[in-house]
Design a protein around this ligand. Sequence first.
Ligand SMILES: *[C@@H]1O[C@H](CO)[C@@H](O)[C@H](O)[C@H]1NC(C)=O
Ligand SMILES: *[C@@H]1O[C@H](CO)[C@@H](O)[C@H](O)[C@H]1NC(C)=O
Ligand SMILES: *[C@@H]1O[C@H](CO)[C@@H](O)[C@H](O)[C@H]1NC(C)=O
Ligand SMILES: *[C@@H]1O[C@H](CO)[C@@H](O)[C@H](O)[C@H]1NC(C)=O
Ligand SMILES: *[C@@H]1O[C@H](CO)[C@@H](O)[C@H](O)[C@H]1NC(C)=O
Ligand SMILES: *[C@@H]1O[C@H](CO)[C@@H](O)[C@H](O)[C@H]1NC(C)=O
Ligand SMILES: *[C@@H]1O[C@H](CO)[C@@H](O)[C@H](O)[C@H]1NC(C)=O
Length: 309
Amino acid sequence: MITPALLPLLLVAFALPSILAQVVSPYWRKPDITASPAERINLAGAALAKAVNQLNPAPQFFRELLSLSLSTRYNLTSLLSANATSGAVAGCKGSFYGQMAEFDLITKQTMWEKSLKTYFQVAQSAHVNFSTTKTYGRAAALAYAAYKDQTFLDYAMQSWWFGRAYTLSQDDVSAGRISTKNLSSLQEVCQNQTMVGGTFWLMDPVKPKLIPLSTGLSALLAEATSDQLYLQAAIESRKFIQAHLHNDLNIVLEAIYAPQNYSCDVINEIFPYNTGITIEGLSILAALINDTETQNLLEQILAAAIPYS
Ligand SMILES: *[C@@H]1O[C@H](CO)[C@@H](O)[C@H](O)[C@H]1NC(C)=O
Ligand SMILES: *[C@@H]1O[C@H](CO)[C@@H](O)[C@H](O)[C@H]1NC(C)=O
Ligand SMILES: *[C@@H]1O[C@H](CO)[C@@H](O)[C@H](O)[C@H]1NC(C)=O
Ligand SMILES: *[C@@H]1O[C@H](CO)[C@@H](O)[C@H](O)[C@H]1NC(C)=O
Ligand SMILES: *[C@@H]1O[C@H](CO)[C@@H](O)[C@H](O)[C@H]1NC(C)=O
Ligand SMILES: *[C@@H]1O[C@H](CO)[C@@H](O)[C@H](O)[C@H]1NC(C)=O
Ligand SMILES: *[C@@H]1O[C@H](CO)[C@@H](O)[C@H](O)[C@H]1NC(C)=O
């Protein structure tokens, strides 16, 4: 069986030889990967084990030594000393749990299943429906794919419902407001295309930015449940990214402002994770519905990401 987590790799490796044939970025230090799959699995497993060792007995106080990848964006010093329940810290934890689940999914093991159950229980008891960050949802959906344990699916769905409340529906954009936010009139369209499908980054009722992060969770849930609700959400999210959040080079951008008084202003900053997480979401969705629009967008973004990164 081709697992969702493997799909991006498989697509790069097999489905798109014309893209692979392109020259990789000169910034890549060692573009040829010579380590065998077994060696790479050992390396990844050792890295995860090392990080897990940094967990305190109560994982909600996990200090995210693994989150160095985020340090270009967040000040790591202040992140490590931050209130452990803050969104940024929870986001790192969710990403890390996702890596644990993904490792088991790819290697067909259950090494982290028990630990993850505990971590998710703690996170959920601290915040109903994992309401600090959507990264828990993706991690839980991957854990469900790996272990087929309904508890993880329930967690993923709870996280989705939380994120749903911060995602623009047709009713929201028609009304120009969303109930979870206290913002002046929202844009109905930008670039002459609907804002439906955009997800707010932050829960703070006055924070105005919509970001490109939600296709993957909806697509993973669509795959796990065959529920049209999730599939529809994944498609809306794809359309939103397609309409508003990539540049002429097909690199995925950081955010677009939702309220009218920002005149559809886009935040053009480029962080590789936006493109990466979009590739993941689109590849899961493309495998589910195989429509040309999703497929084309995926190919364009992949083709852009390889030389650009
Ligand atoms: C990072 O945060 C620490 C503590 O809040 C502060 O002392 C330091 O100046 C910050 N560094 C940068 C580069 O902003
Ligand atoms: C940490 O953040 C939570 C949620 O925002 C808040 O309720 C709590 O008071 C904060 N704790 C400290 C020590 O700042
Ligand atoms: C929490 O998730 C459940 C689904 O498991 C959903 O029915 C409920 O509306 C959600 N509540 C919030 C506040 O997100
Ligand atoms: C919404 O914003 C208005 C004006 O800024 C403020 O008076 C009101 O208290 C806010 N309401 C909520 C629920 O945050
Ligand atoms: C905007 O979209 C509408 C309907 O989708 C279309 O009829 C109209 O021509 C478009 N306007 C521009 C300026 O592209
Ligand atoms: C839009 O309005 C909000 C609330 O009145 C304000 O805080 C914000 O600065 C405004 N933004 C722009 C770009 O005018
Ligand atoms: C997707 O559709 C194309 C043609 O529409 C077909 O060639 C291809 O095999 C399909 N792929 C999958 C995974 O169904």
